[in-house]
Design a protein. Structure first.
Length: 300
């Protein structure tokens, strides 16, 4: 299957030239997509459907350095190879400092050089991606870890204040999880935790975030979601976990339930930390009211 590469360049001749180079690659199959403007290029890049990007420095009234900065700031991890002209002194290093993984001088480009650069950028991107996952993901569940949660919450706190939008948290805790570990052992407990995490994460949108907060506690970060939307998600999570036993092996399936607490910013809290505390209080209320239920901070 061909790997799709994006070229962002306002020169059609450069697109044709690179198309010809692609046909002369020695290993691997690549297809070249093209965006002729800064705006179209950024949109395609952020869409995440291209495996790498070749980016020209000059894009009308704007330039590729600006585009790299904006793309990286908006969470783009697509590997970028910068295209520079011989007369553009220091632009290549500026591009690397901005986030590009490699650069090519346009007047010196050959098929072999482009192919080598693409292979290098793709391999380096895979390595960096693995390191990012190790740094931001919980090894057992695959959810985001607490450190990444704190970083995202800080960013979203600022976004709520600046743009006056809603943000909600749902805290989830597995009911009587200690008894699972005590009765069946930690290996079974790990199986239960992974399956509950999968079901909980399955109830949110791709723009939301699912986190292992610690132990058997999970947190959902719900972007631009108000109080009503948050408690709706919390109730769905409770139902999703309880509807079927967790299959452990041919001889053992366990009925598992969770409790959930929901809170929204800015109606229930005026900061990210206060929002976390509000959701935690709502979770505690769900536990004290009998477990296997969702409670909104508004109803405490």
């Amino acid at each position: 299957m061909a790997r799709t590469i994006l070229l962002i360049d306002d020169d059609r001749m450069q697109f044709r030239l690179l198309q010809a180079h692609f046909k002369n690659f020695r290993r691997g199959r690549y297809e070249l997509d093209w965006a002729a403007t800064y705006e179209d290029g950024l949109e395609k890049l952020l869409h995440g459907t291209h495996e790498a990007c070749l980016l020209d420095y000059q894009l009308g009234d704007r330039n590729g350095l600006e585009l790299i900065h904006e793309a990286v700031a908006r969470g783009c991890f697509t590997p970028i190879i910068f295209l520079t002209a011989e007369t553009a002194e220091h632009v290549d290093m500026e591009a690397m400092n901005a986030g590009a993984l490699d650069y090519l001088v346009k007047g010196e480009i050959t098929p072999r050089m482009v192919e080598r650069s693409l292979r290098y950028a793709l391999k380096l991107s895979e390595t960096l991606g693995a390191l990012r996952r190790m740094a931001t993901r919980d090894e057992l569940t695959g959810l985001l870890n607490r450190r990444e949660f704190e970083r995202i919450l800080m960013e979203e706190d600022e976004r709520v204040r600046r743009f006056k939008i809603a943000l909600s948290l749902v805290m989830v805790d597995i009911d009587h999880f200690k008894s699972v570990n005590d009765t069946h052992g930690h290996t079974v407990g790990d199986i239960v935790l992974r399956e509950v995490a999968r079901r909980v994460a399955g109830e949110v949108r791709t723009v939301d975030r699912a986190v292992r907060f610690g132990g058997e506690e999970l947190v959902l970060i719900l972007m631009q979601t108000d109080r009503v939307g948050a408690i709706d998600v919390a109730k769905r999570v409770v139902t999703s976990v309880a509807q079927e036993p967790v299959f452990v092996n041919e001889k053992l399936s366990l009925k598992v339930t969770v409790s959930a607490g929901a809170a929204a910013m800015p109606v229930d809290a005026d900061s990210g930390l206060a929002l976390l505390n509000a959701a935690d209080k709502a979770l505690y209320a769900a536990k004290s009211r009998g477990r296997n239920r969702a409670v909104s901070f508004h109803n405490l």
